[in-house]
Design a protein around this ligand. Structure first.
Ligand code: UDP
Ligand code: MG
Length: 314
C-alpha cells in the first residue's frame, strides 16, 4: 500500500459519502495503491452505518475503525495511524475543508524528494474573528518561547508522513495528546505548503472557545515545565520584595520614628500573596493531574468494530 488517508469522523454522516467521492475523483488514475482509513470517533449519528455501507460497496480500499465512545480527534488520529498500512499516511478531515487533491500533491512531493519525511499544509488566511486570531497568535508566541520545539502558526494536522515518522509518532503513547507538539517533537524534515481551507461541507465544527483553551493548556503542560519554574520564581520574587519592605518599615520606625499604618497594607499583602500562592498551587495541580492521568496508562482509545479492507486493485 503506497498511501493511507486517515479520516477522523465525529458525527459526519452527511460528509462521509461526499468525502469518499471527492477522494475517488482526486485519486482517479493516480497510478498507485491507496486506502481510506475512516475512524468513527464514537459518533452518535449514523456515521458508522454509512461507513459500513461504503466498506461493502466502494470500489476503493476502505478500512473502518469504530470507537466505543467519543475519545477526541487526537485519539482518532492515533488509531488511524495504527491501522494504516501505507508507506505514507495523510491525515485529513472528513468535512472537505481540506482538498483531497492536495493529499495527492503531498504524496507526489514525497515521491520526488527522498530527503523530505513529511509534507504539512498550513493555512495562509483563515475565516476567523479578530479575537480568535489574536489569541492564537499569542499562544504561538508563548509556546515557542517556553518550549524547545518549534510550533508553526497555522500548521494543522493535514499532513503526509513517511513510515519512519509515523512509527515515531506512534511510539509517543501519551494520553494527553497534542498533535502539533508531537509532530514537531519527533523532528524529521518537514516541508510546508500553504493551502486555503474551504467552508465545511455539512454539519458544525466541534470546537468552541473553551475547548480550544483547554487544548492550548494541554499543549503547554505537555511540552514544557516552564510554568512550574515560574511559580518558584514568583515565590522568590515576592519573598525578596517582602524583605525589602520589612527593612523599609523598620528603618522608618527606628530612624525616623514614623508611625506605620498597618491595616490596609496588611490586608492588601495578604490578599496578594494568597492569590499568588493559589495560582502557583493551581499550576502544580495542573501538572499533578496530568501525571495522575498518565500514570494510569489507560489505552488511548477503545475500538468497538474494525473493518479490514477487502483488497482491491485500483
Ligand atoms: N473530530 C473527531 N473527534 C472529535 C471532534 C472532531 O474525530 O471529537 C473530527 C471531525 O469529524 C473532523 C475533524 O476532526 O473530521 C475536524 O473537526 P472540525 O471540523 O470540527 O474542526 P475544525 O475544522 O473546525 O477545526
Ligand atoms: Mg472542519
Amino acid at each position: 500500500m503506497h498511501l493511507s488517508l486517515v479520516i477522523p469522523c465525529y458525527n459526519e454522516s452527511e460528509n462521509v459519502q461526499p468525502m469518499h467521492d471527492a477522494v475517488a475523483a482526486a485519486f482517479a488514475g493516480c497510478g498507485f495503491d491507496y486506502e481510506l482509513v475512516f475512524v468513527d470517533d464514537g459518533s452518535v449519528d449514523d456515521t458508522y452505518l454509512r461507513l459500513k455501507a461504503l466498506h461493502e460497496t466502494s470500489a476503493q480500499n476502505i478500512r473502518v475503525v469504530s470507537f466505543s465512545r467519543n475519545f477526541g480527534k487526537e485519539s482518532a488520529i492515533y488509531a488511524g495511524l495504527q491501522h494504516a498500512a501505507g508507506d505514507y499516511v495523510t491525515i485529513i478531515d472528513a468535512d472537505l475543508q481540506q482538498p483531497p487533491a492536495l493529499a495527492l500533491e503531498m504524496a507526489r512531493f514525497l515521491d520526488e524528494h527522498e530527503e523530505t519525511d513529511c509534507v504539512a499544509a498550513f493555512q495562509e488566511r483563515r475565516h476567523e474573528g479578530k479575537g480568535t486570531v489574536f489569541l492564537k497568535n499569542m499562544f504561538y508566541k508563548l509556546i515557542n518561547r517556553v518550549t524547545e520545539i518549534k510550533f508553526v502558526p497555522g500548521a494543522s494536522d493535514f499532513r503526509t508522513m513517511r513510515r519512519p515518522m509515523i512509527e515515531a509518532v506512534l511510539a509517543l503513547g501519551e494520553d494527553n495528546r497534542f498533535s502539533k507538539g508531537i509532530f514537531s517533537w519527533v523532528g524529521f524534515q518537514t516541508h510546508y505548503i500553504p493551502y486555503q481551507a474551504a467552508e465545511r461541507n455539512a454539519g458544525r465544527s466541534k470546537w468552541n472557545t473553551l475547548k480550544l483553551f483547554q487544548y492550548a493548556l494541554t499543549g503547554i503542560v505537555s511540552f514544557t515545565t516552564m510554568p512550574l519554574r515560574l511559580a518558584a520564581f514568583a515565590g522568590v520574587a515576592s519573598a525578596l520584595l517582602a524583605l525589602i519592605y520589612m527593612i523599609v518599615v523598620v528603618v522608618q520606625k527606628l530612624v525616623f520614628d514614623i508611625a506605620v499604618p498597618g491595616y490596609a497594607t496588611l490586608v492588601g499583602l495578604i490578599l496578594l500573596l494568597g492569590g499568588i500562592q493559589l495560582f502557583c498551587l493551581g499550576i502544580v495541580g495542573e501538572y499533578l493531574a496530568k501525571t495522575y492521568v498518565e500514570s494510569k496508562r489507560r489505552p488511548i482509545y477503545v475500538a468497538r468494530r474494525v473493518l479490514e479492507p477487502q483488497q482491491k486493485k485500483i
